[in-house]
Design a protein around this ligand. Structure first.
Ligand SMILES: C[S@@+](CC[C@H](N)C(=O)[O-])C[C@H]1O[C@@H](n2cnc3c(N)ncnc32)[C@H](O)[C@@H]1O
Length: 250
């Protein structure tokens, strides 16, 4: 898939089509991590900034922010937000040998999720190289465990309605549309788009290989209504989640 075309096409309907991590973050864990790393003398980079959902946290917390995205259309929308300490660059983060002025802090939310897995490693490497020595990053990645858990809960919901797993319509298992090889690699279909998902042990390995020391892995939890149209009262904790990885340049 051509990422630039895809995201330029989505930009005008971004609000309706793209899941808002910041709004849905039940425990407000993202503001906690922004506050933890805030420093008015520091420089931050928002890798894959989209239409600028992280700007209200980043712009007031850092001296300067570089916002990078592949989509010129998303950048045009992001530029309309009222912040004076943000610079913008259009770049394809899956290309090797990108150079940015090094920053103290990097943020990257639901960007490193291409179905071409080696491109994701390149993006992680670019984040690592863009950090100053001992610089920190917070990366949000789709969780493979969460997808399997939500699908297991879906089967339970059907069971309670008297429908056996073998009778559930295939369309309900749309995440698993790919080949066996896709599924093993964590490539799930979200609204028909092949999207790389990560397991926790895999994250530990790939971050280490990219030269990033993981300092925390936490869940960004979402309500069940992000998965299902009707949510029974008993369906509570554990909630579906993305992974939040806090890491340091090793
Ligand atoms: C799901 S959106 C997330 C946007 C933003 N980080 C947020 O959380 O609101 C993914 C963003 O990554 C950008 N993106 C996708 N592939 C990219 C690439 N190869 N290089 C740079 N940006 C990319 C898209 O243009 C889009 O803005």
């Amino acid at each position: 898939m051509n990422q630039e075309k895809h995201w330029n096409f989505i930009a005008p309907s971004y609000e309706e089509e793209i899941f808002d991590v910041f709004k849905s973050d039940r425990k407000k864990i993202l503001p906690f991590y922004f506050k933890k790393h805030a420093n008015s003398k520091h420089r931050a980079i928002d890798f894959g900034c989209g239409v600028g959902k992280a700007f209200p946290f980043l712009a007031p917390s850092f001296k300067e922010v570089l916002a990078v995205d592949i989509s010129q259309e998303c950048l045009i929308m992001a530029k309309k937000l009222p912040y004076s300490n943000i610079e913008f660059v259009q770049a394809d983060l899956s290309k090797p040998d990108l150079h940015f002025e090094q920053a103290d802090f990097a943020f990257c939310c639901n960007v490193i999720m291409l179905p071409e897995v080696t491109k994701n490693y390149t993006m992680l490497r670019t984040i690592q190289q863009s950090l100053k020595s001992r610089g920190n990053a917070v990366v949000i990645l789709p969780s493979l465990e969460s997808i399997f858990f939500a699908s297991w809960q879906l089967i339970r919901l059907y069971k309670l309605e008297g429908i056996d797993v073998k009778d559930i319509d295939e369309s309900e298992f749309h995440y698993f549309k790919g080949t066996k090889r896709d599924i093993i690699q964590g490539i799930m279909y979200i609204n028909g788009v092949p999207t790389k998902h990560y397991s926790e042990p895999e994250i530990q390995i790939i971050f280490q290989e990219a030269g990033l020391k993981v300092t925390a892995i936490e869940k960004v939890e979402y309500d069940w209504n992000t998965e299902f149209g009707t949510v029974p009262d008993w369906l509570v904790d554990p909630y579906p989640w993305d992974w939040l990885i806090e890491c340091k340049k090793a």
